[in-house]
Design a binder for this molecule. Structure first.
Ligand SMILES: NC(=O)C1=CN([C@@H]2O[C@H](COP(=O)(O)OP(=O)(O)OC[C@H]3O[C@@H](n4cnc5c(N)ncnc54)[C@H](O)[C@@H]3O)[C@@H](O)[C@H]2O)C=CC1
Ligand SMILES: O=C(O)[C@H]1O[C@H](OP(=O)(O)OP(=O)(O)OC[C@H]2O[C@@H](n3ccc(=O)[nH]c3=O)[C@H](O)[C@@H]2O)[C@H](O)[C@@H](O)[C@@H]1O
Length: 459
């Protein structure tokens, strides 16, 4: 496989753009990150990383000679591979909003030259968007030539919180488009496919890892693979949550049940963690996106709709449990532990904690919330919500009528739970992530299970 370093331009420096930049720079390519957000680019130029993602800063800083940050789209001229990594948020009706993607294409179009350049779509986009990008380039790029300019779909599968490991050691690399363009992409990813790069200290190679599978397919199938993968994972979590709800009625333990079913290699253990349900910028958006694609073709997708409904019910379930114990929320002091949509990220998009805080405030509760990394961001992005930020996790418990565990941050496992419960007005814990391992001298509600063990034992 060819070993030449490529000249890469990345449009959009969010979670995916930065993850891709870090990966490709580490593989030895020259990467220019381009964004319309001037503040973000200035931060990156000062070597400040605008998001919280474990290991990302170290990896980017260890490859600074390979990386340039700019708001100037003319940098596209030098690139042989141009990645589009802009956001595709849902519109009000659930269809993905392509305005950022269309603007990005319009901004790069004047700088396409006469040499071979591959335009790679990494954003999650509706099936058919690859063809739309070709049409946009035909209209907007003066030098567009279908024999040298190719559009490729290369969906991203990284998870926030483990972006580096997911990028450096992926299960598969999906490439959709014409053969010439896919051969080019394989030369971009050659060190990753062969696993011939030096593992960075910030994300060491997992003990058991085999090389990624390379899936060569059409634009449409690659676009569909991305949606179908996210939808299936969301479905798996909702399935575990639906079974968990029934476990509570019949006295079964969801963790033992998921262990039992996960041992069947056809099912597997991952993404069966019952709890508060999924949040984040993608599962909700992409399940809705598929449903709206179906709607365009008068094709119903009842399984996906059910997964969404079960997920919404999980958030309400927490409120119901609180009301069962406290009867009313009016004037009740409620602590919320965890605000980010999952641990190890500061991302608050579609975070279940948001729905909880909003609902609790509507019902008249006085809410105090804590998160190890997302609190400052929440003060900016959730300024319209009625709650106060805690100075530390312990403050959430003080004189509280109940504490909800909304995000299973590891540091919450290390708390001195018995001592903290003793500071509450009423010892009620709604452990909606099944984080606690042993009972406390408190009423503890988990999802689909009852705590077994010795009161006061270590977690
Ligand atoms: N966040 C995640 O974990 C994953 C996201 N995805 C998909 O990747 C895409 C990007 O997601 P995120 O990185 O989370 O988005 P993000 O919202 O964190 O970042 C998007 C970036 O694009 C920039 N941008 C907007 N318009 C632009 C333009 N015209 N030119 C250049 N930059 C522009 C924004 O300023 C922002 O910095 C979405 O389609 C998402 O569904 C896919 C896999 C994982
Ligand atoms: O397209 C995307 O953006 C990404 O969406 C998810 O990644 P992410 O949303 O970052 O995080 P996940 O680890 O998948 O968690 C999503 C949500 O599901 C919840 N979850 C996950 C797993 C589980 O067993 N139970 C559960 O409730 C998490 O708490 C979180 O709220 C997918 O896992 C990635 O492969 C994909 O690239």
């Amino acid at each position: 496989m060819s070993r030449r370093p490529h000249q890469i331009a990345i449009l959009g420096t969010g979670y995916v753009g930065l993850g891709t930049a870090a990966l490709l720079a580490h593989l030895g390519h020259h990467v220019t990150g381009i964004d319309v957000d001037v503040c973000k680019i200035e931060q990156l130029q000062r070597a400040e990383i605008p998001i919280y993602e474990p290991g990302l800063e170290k990896l980017l800083l260890s490859n600074t000679s390979q990386l340039t940050w700019t708001t100037d789209f003319s940098a596209v001229q030098q690139a042989d591979t141009i990645f589009i990594c802009v956001g595709t948020p849902p519109s009000a009706d659930g269809t993905p909003d392509l305005q950022f993607l269309q603007t990005a294409v319009a901004s790069l179009a004047p700088y396409l030259g006469r040499k071979q350049q591959i335009i790679v779509n990494k954003s999650t986009v509706p099936i058919g968007t690859g063809d739309l990008v070709v049409r946009l380039l035909e209209d907007l790029a003066p030098e567009f030539d279908a024999s040298v300019h190719y559009v490729v779909s290369n969906p991203e599968f990284l998870r926030e919180g483990s972006a580096l490991e997911d990028s450096l050691y992926p299960d598969r690399i999906v490439l959709g488009g014409l053969d010439t363009a896919l051969d080019h992409m394989i030369s971009v990813y050659a060190p990753l496919i062969e696993q011939s790069f030096t593992p960075p200290a910030s994300a060491p190679r997992p003990e058991r890892y085999t090389r990624p599978a390379v899936v060569r397919t059409t634009l449409q199938s690659a676009e569909m693979i991305k949606y179908a993968a996210n939808a299936f994972l969301a479905l798996k979590v909702s399935f575990a949550n639906e079974i968990a709800g029934l476990c509570e009625h019949v006295g079964a333990d969801i963790e033992e049940v998921t262990t039992g079913i996960g041992l069947d290699s056809r099912i597997g253990h991952r993404f069966l963690q019952a709890g508060l349900g999924w949040g984040g910028s993608c599962f909700g958006k992409d399940t809705q996106g598929l449903i709206s694609a179906g709607r365009e073709h008068a094709y119903a997708m009842p399984i996906l709709q059910a997964a969404i409904d079960v997920n919404a019910r999980q958030r309400q379930m927490v409120i119901n449990k609180l009301l069962r114990h406290l009867r009313t929320m009016k004037g009740k002091r409620i602590g919320v532990l965890g605000m980010a949509f999952k641990p190890n990220t500061d991302d608050l998009r579609d975070a279940p904690a948001y729905t909880l805080i909003q609902r609790l405030a509507e019902l008249g509760a006085v809410v105090t919330a804590h998160d190890p990394v997302a609190m400052a961001r929440a003060e900016r992005e959730w300024s319209h919500l009625k709650y106060s930020s805690a100075v530390n996790a312990a403050q959430v418990f003080q004189r509280a009528d109940a504490v909800i565990i909304a995000t299973e941050w590891d540091e919450y496992r290390q708390l001195d739970w018995e001592a903290l419960v003793a500071t509450m007005r009423r010892p009620l814990i709604i452990d909606s992530r099944n984080l606690l391992r042993h009972p406390l001298t408190a009423q503890v509600e988990q999802v689909g299970r009852e705590l077994k063990g010795t009161i006061g034992a270590a977690l």
